[in-house]
Ligand binder design. Structure first.
Ligand SMILES: *Cc1c(COP(=O)(O)O)cnc(C)c1O
Length: 404
């Protein structure tokens, strides 16, 4: 033995705060106690118990994705692994791909498509705006792609592509597949996979669904699945091969050892969504996010994206003059134990409104922490006005705390 036992290893209890910080950034988000409890259990990855649980995960997912698809697959990996699973199974070298890019994650999809030698055309949408339908149609005519990639809600700069249903129609009209990244948005706002004609919907665990990071889902349409069945060349990534994953998810056989605890957690997250219903969940997200936006503005701050293209699931707020993100995030975390996110480029900071983040008690604590931190750092914000506006908006709607 030449490697010694490391010295000075500190137990987790001494590293973690006594009480978890309130996670109000762009993900991961707080998880309900039921999800946390499920995540602490390990069961056989091939037995009947897991088979029964997976059946329920699939049927609840069909509701959450609004699809009848029999090709919903779980992925052991981050949202990005689900993105890659969609891309690498649907693209073969030379395929023409139109990547609608209005943020960091749209470019990630484009890059993944390039890495499997898709012939990618990036459509650069001006910062802070949703994509225009006319321009998409123009490019579809001109470039004739076989696949479009798009992000429903760009967590990175808080832009929402509201025209997604119409883009689904265009994709059908021009005979191409539509791949949608809904990691941030699924279950926080409408997405009707079948009705909108989407061929692959990607989601992660730790955002809208309020589960743990590391287990994700991807849903393929019947048309997409036919393309996967028909392809001659095997995908280069064995773990992300959809046909191999199908063996596990639909044929009770072994692909790789499934992340059983994470699947149990996902089951509970989906069950809580079904219990709440999508309709109520969408209202809760809209009311909470708009109330927080109102409170932020009443405090004297400005939102980054105009109403028409603004995402509700993550709010982007301009940094006041003379304040640095590092200082703001540090003050909020250390003094108020509230975590929010900085930026991937624009001069903003971001507050998440996904899943468990949308609870009125979290909003009051977060908005107060924000105002107090900015004030400490020397910015002139009107904390009482902001808090009053938040309260006024929330009072119009009973936002109930999760009862599980
Ligand atoms: C977070 C996020 C991703 C990436 O998810 P990871 O789990 O970090 O890989 C992709 N797309 C969107 C829209 C996201 O918000």
């Amino acid at each position: 033995m030449i490697i010694d036992i490391p010295e000075n290893i500190i137990p987790l209890d001494s590293i973690l705060p006594d009480e978890p910080l309130l996670m109000m950034g762009a993900g991961p988000v707080p998880i309900p106690p039921r999800v946390a409890a499920a995540n602490s259990i390990v069961i056989n990855h091939l037995g009947e118990t897991l088979a029964q649980i997976m059946e329920q995960v699939k049927s609840m997912s069909r509701y959450v994705f609004q699809t009848q698809s029999m090709h919903i697959l779980g992925v052991a990996g981050p949202g990005s692994a689900a993105m890659e699973m969609a891309v690498i199974n649907l693209i073969t070298p030379g395929d023409k791909v139109l990547s609608i890019c209005n943020g960091f994650f749209s470019h990630r999809l484009a890059e993944m498509a390039e890495r499997v030698e898709g012939n990618v055309r990036r459509m650069q949408v001006p910062e802070g705006t949703g994509v225009s339908l006319e321009q998409v149609e123009e490019l579809l005519k001109q470039y004739q792609p076989s696949l479009i990639t798009i992000v429903q809600g760009e967590t990175s700069n808080t832009v929402c592509n509201q025209a997604l249903p119409e883009i689904g129609k265009l994709a059908k009209k021009y005979g191409c597949l539509l791949v949608v990244d809904a990691v941030c948005t699924l279950s926080t706002m409408p997405l009707d996979m079948d009705e909108w004609g989407i061929d692959a919907v990607i989601t992660g665990g730790q955002k809208g669904l309020s589960s743990i990071p590391g287990v994700s889902l991807v849903a393929f349409s019947e048309t997409a699945w036919e393309c996967i069945e028909a392809r001659e060349e095997k995908p280069h990534h064995w773990c992300l091969d959809a046909k191999l994953a199908d063996q596990f998810w639909y044929k009770n056989s072994y692909h790789y050892t499934a992340p059983v605890s994470g699947i149990l957690a996902m089951h509970e997250a989906l069950r809580l969504i079904c219990k709440e219903t999508l309709e109520s969940r969408f209202i809760r997200h809209k009311v909470c996010s708009e109330a927080l936006q109102g409170g932020v503005e009443a405090m004297g701050l400005s939102l980054f994206v105009e109403r028409e293209a603004r995402l509700n699931s993550v709010i982007g707020i301009y940094l006041p003059d003379g304040i640095a993100n590092t200082e703001l995030l540090k003050t909020m975390s250390q003094r108020h134990r509230v975590e929010i996110s900085g930026s991937f480029g624009p001069p903003i900071f971001r507050i998440g409104q996904m899943g468990e983040q949308c609870r009125s008690h979290h909003l009051f604590r977060t908005l107060h922490a924000l105002g107090a931190s900015l004030s400490t750092l020397g910015s002139d914000v009107d904390i009482p006005a902001g808090m009053a506006e938040l309260e006024r908006r929330l009072d119009q709607y009973e936002v109930v705390a999760s009862d599980e």
